[in-house]
Design a protein around this ligand. Structure first.
Ligand code: ATP
Length: 437
């Protein structure tokens, strides 16, 4: 079995993702397009589940957070005020020997391509994708693809405040695509130029900022643990004061043990009043809160838990990958939390006989309104169990010839491989009980 820190694990998960339809290299029939990926039939289910699990925890279950879905295209004014035009850069160096380009802070002074230690002077490379809005090339207005979702929450602060009658502490959450022209995209979907983020801006009275910062660090750490990332592959890393971004008063990363070592999964930052102050000054619209109890206007501080949906999906896949031996055969099993698995249930008629198809479709009709189900009739039942194990389906429901007589089916558990016979009229409850354990 591949250990958490091994290239072998990364290869196995990357291969599985391609072979079973989780993640394909984009534009593959044209030779691919570096660092872009497409989420296949199983991957799209899983990615949606990751985002849904985040939305459930961050919005649905709380009365102090509301949602938003803001535009990806934005005018330069937003990015000037946020500081991105000036400072959203990485240090770019060219290797003098092989001419490859690298991000200076990621290579420890040695070219990963040829081993040379001679580089050009570092220059600041802005990571934003710039484009033109409007039909005439060269004459349209400059626009940027957002490099983070956060600015949408700041520019809509007053809209949300007035339409929802919230008062600090409250948050605005958003899930969506972001784009960064990364110098060295790498490690599968860990760092790509197009990716999906799950961010929340939590606006608080300044005096409460530190307590909420600690609260969100603990809450976000617990979210990953609750969805199955083991304790020994998750840790918190607080940035030293001198390493903080220009807007940050404190940043803590949730780190995951990837095949190449510990690296960021999510960042939680205390952004102070930086963003609302910047946008107030640049737009002329005062983005502040009037506290009627004290008769005071103030600019709230912001605590931001910023996660990557695609990066989180990769971590969940890496953490779930396992191999064990069943009846003398090695099997690959993704031990995914049922909430994240692409399918919660697979319905498997023992044979292709029409009577079994009819009853199996009855089973599907019972389960599909509540669960994503796969239906598989090809090859032996053993092979079909293995195929479901490999993509993390927690439960298989097998319909056999006895089922036609006794209207009962067999539930088989992915992790234990234990099987149990249950009557059809209790099936939905039995499935629910097993999936929410
Ligand atoms: P890094 O320093 O590694 O480039 P960052 O600290 O700039 O990343 P943030 O701006 O804090 O990253 O972004 C918040 C989250 O968004 C990250 O923790 C990560 O999960 C995700 N993310 C950022 N950049 C990428 C990317 N290029 N590809 C995939 N996910 C990303």
């Amino acid at each position: 079995m591949a250990t958490p820190e091994s290239d072998e694990l990364l290869d196995k998960v990357t291969n599985l993702a391609k072979r079973r339809g989780f993640i394909f290299p984009s534009a593959e029939i044209y030779g691919g397009f570096r660092s872009t990926y497409d989420y296949g039939p199983l991957g799209v289910n899983m990615l949606r589940n990751v985002k849904q699990a985040w939305w459930t925890a961050m919005v649905q279950m709380r009365d102090d957070v509301v949602g938003l879905d803001a535009a990806i295209l934005g005018p330069p004014a937003v990015w000037a005020a946020s500081g991105h035009l000036e400072t959203f850069t990485d240090p770019l160096v060219d290797c003098k020997k092989c001419r490859e380009r690298w991000r200076e802070d990621k290579i420890d002074g040695v070219c990963p391509n040829c081993g040379s230690t001679e580089f050009t002077e570092a220059r600041a490379f802005n990571l934003m994708f710039k484009t033109q809005a409007g039909p005439v090339e060269g004459e349209g207005a400059t626009a940027y693809l957002r490099p983070e979702t956060a600015q949408g929450m700041f520019t809509n602060f007053a809209n949300v405040l007035s339409t929802t009658r919230r008062k600090p502490p409250f948050g605005i959450a958003q899930i969506g695509k972001s784009f960064r022209n990364e110098i060295t995209p790498q490690n599968f979907v860990f760092r790509t130029r197009e990716f999906e983020q799950m961010e929340m801006e939590f606006f608080v009275p300044p005096a409460e900022a530190d307590a909420w910062y600690r609260y969100w660090i603990d809450t976000r750490y617990a979210w990953y643990r609750g969805l199955g990332i083991p304790e020994d592959r998750l840790r918190l890393h607080e940035h030293a004061k001198e390493d903080l971004s220009h807007y940050s008063r404190g940043t803590t990363d949730v780190e995951f043990l990837y095949p190449w070592g510990w690296d960021e999964l999510e960042g939680i930052a205390n952004r102070g009043d930086y963003d609302l102050t910047q946008h107030s000054n640049a737009s002329g619209v005062r983005l502040e809160y009037f506290d009627q109890s004290t008769n005071e206007h103030y600019i709230p501080y912001v605590i931001e838990p910023a996660a990557g949906a695609t990066r989180a999906m990769m971590a969940f896949l890496l953490a779930a990958y396992d191999e064990d031996v069943i009846e003398g055969d090695t099997r690959v099993v993704l031990r995914l939390d049922p909430r994240l698995a692409p399918y919660q249930v697979a319905v498997l008629p023992l044979s292709k006989k029409p009577e079994l198809d009819v009853l199996s479709r009855e089973v599907l009709a019972l389960l599909r309104p509540s669960y994503m189900c796969d239906y598989d009739v090809t090859q032996s039942i053993g092979r079909r169990y293995r195929r479901q194990d490999e993509v993390g389906t927690p439960l298989c429901v097998t319909v056999d010839f006895d089922s036609l007589e006794d209207r009962a089916v067999t539930i088989r558990d992915r992790d234990t491989t234990a099987q149990e016979r249950v009557p059809l009229d209790g099936l939905l409850d039995a499935v629910r009980a097993r999936l929410t354990r």
